[in-house]
Ligand binder design. Structure first.
Ligand code: ASP
Ligand code: MG
Length: 407
């Protein structure tokens, strides 16, 4: 008998019909002799709908009240799912995060789980029930309701699996696994059988939006085997996210991620002296703007240098304004900005032991006449910033060069 934690996303519980279908699926797992803890999201669109309601009343509603509001979405789906299970003769009970006692810190809107009391869940499991737990929510030490950030139900499921020592955590969503790249860009993208936590973390942070990043961090930390599958089609395998040792198909490169939310800002002709990076980036960070890539060029003869970095496109205007002020203060020559750029990244643990991957990547881009504007690397990733009009071309030619379409 296995103990499995399953999570069903908003689309999978988006209507009464779908909830009924999910209940059937859960029952068939249970009938095979498994113990099941199921975590669900709100019905698709609900969290957004409620956020919009709040903003009709206040531009910036209190985060505490937002959490009280948004957690009702999951309270609806847990009760409906428990009813749907009971209706087909499968004993079930629902719990909110506070009822379980999923304790978090007090950062409303992006709280972190600190501990999970497994007492009630284990009691209900031992009574033969399917336990349905609201995703995305918890309660802080003082009893205030908190939420874990958008997409947080993934993290609830993984945290439950870790706390209960489950055999596997299965995330049922609207895609049937993790692909080598975005299938909307490259139709030959292939579903991976397995991928390491580390690679998945890179891909998630580079813009592959299959799972909330924090859920992958959690799974990696507690070594929870995590499987992504579709709730719509029958595919028992999906993609397994696991530790490196358990990966069977070892590829040099596992996937190509891309991020369209990039914008690039450069300060041209700044004096090359101590404190420059600090003076440029301090006001940016004070404005709560996150900086991704940073490049400072080697100083030219006149003791001047260029300094460039990328930010999220939403922060582009704000960052541009700040940089104009910085230019005046530092007596720099000019600000150059471009929000028509994207980031494309190769990810693979095989890179660690293989020289020459970067050169091979750059050769492909050269052959396609794609100019690389910025480069950054980590042990298992190479990212380039390029003009957004070349996104599809870059992804497709790299996908074929590294033979990601082949098993
Ligand atoms: N309902 C929340 C959201 O839409 C949490 C989740 O679905 O994971 O972000
Ligand atoms: Mg989701």
């Amino acid at each position: 008998m296995a103990l499995v934690v399953q999570k069903y996303g908003g689309t999978s519980v988006g209507s009464v019909e779908r909830i009924t279908a999910v209940a059937q699926k859960i029952k068939s797992f249970k009938d095979k002799g498994n113990q099941l803890v199921v975590s669900v999201s709100a019905m698709s669109g609900e969290t957004n709908r409620m956020s919009a309601l709040a903003r009709e009343i206040q531009d910036t509603p209190s985060l505490r009240e937002m959490d009280v509001l948004l957690t009702t979405g999951e309270q609806v789906t847990i009760s409906l799912l428990a009813m749907a299970l009971q209706q087909i003769g499968c004993d079930a009970i629902s719990y909110t995060g506070a009822q379980v006692r999923i304790t978090t810190d007090s950062q409303h809107g992006k709280a972190r789980i600190q501990s999970i009391d497994d007492h009630r869940i284990k009691q209900s499991l031992s009574e033969g029930k399917v336990v349905v737990v609201a995703g995305f929510q918890g309660v802080d030490a003082a009893g205030h309701i908190t939420t874990l950030g958008r997409g947080g139900s993934d993290t609830t499921a993984v945290a439950l699996a870790a706390a209960l020592g489950a055999d596997e955590c299965q995330i049922y969503t609207d895609v049937d696994g993790v692909y080598t790249t975005d299938p909307r860009i490259e139709p030959n993208a292939r579903k991976m059988k397995s991928v390491s936590y580390e690679e998945m973390l890179e891909m998630a942070s580079l813009g592959s939006k299959v799972l909330q990043i924090r859920s992958v961090e959690f799974a990696s930390k507690y070594q929870v085997p995590l499987r992504v599958l579709s709730s719509m089609i029958d595919n028992p395998e999906g993609t397994l996210i696991t530790s490196e040792e358990n990966i069977v198909e070892r590829a040099l490169i596992s996937g190509i991620a891309h991020n369209k939310d990039e914008a690039k800002l450069s300060l041209i002709g700044v004096p090359d002296e101590p404190g420059i990076a600090y003076k440029i980036l301090k006001p940016i960070s004070q404005a709560n703007i996150e900086v991704d890539m940073i490049v400072q060029s080697v100083s030219a003869r006149e003791g001047l240098t260029n300094f460039a970095f990328t930010v999220h496109r939403d922060d582009f205007d704000k960052a541009q304004g700040i940089l104009q002020t910085v230019r005046d203060e530092l007596g720099a020559m000019a600000v150059q900005s471009d929000n028509q750029v994207v980031k494309v990244s190769l990810v693979g643990i095989g890179m660690r032991s293989h020289a020459g991957i970067a050169a091979q990547m750059f050769e492909v881009l050269h052959q396609e006449n794609i100019n690389i504007q910025m480069i950054s690397t980590s042990e298992i990733k190479i990212s380039v910033v390029i003009d957004e009009k070349y996104l599809e071309l870059a992804v497709r030619s790299l996908h074929s060069e590294f033979e990601l379409d082949k098993e």
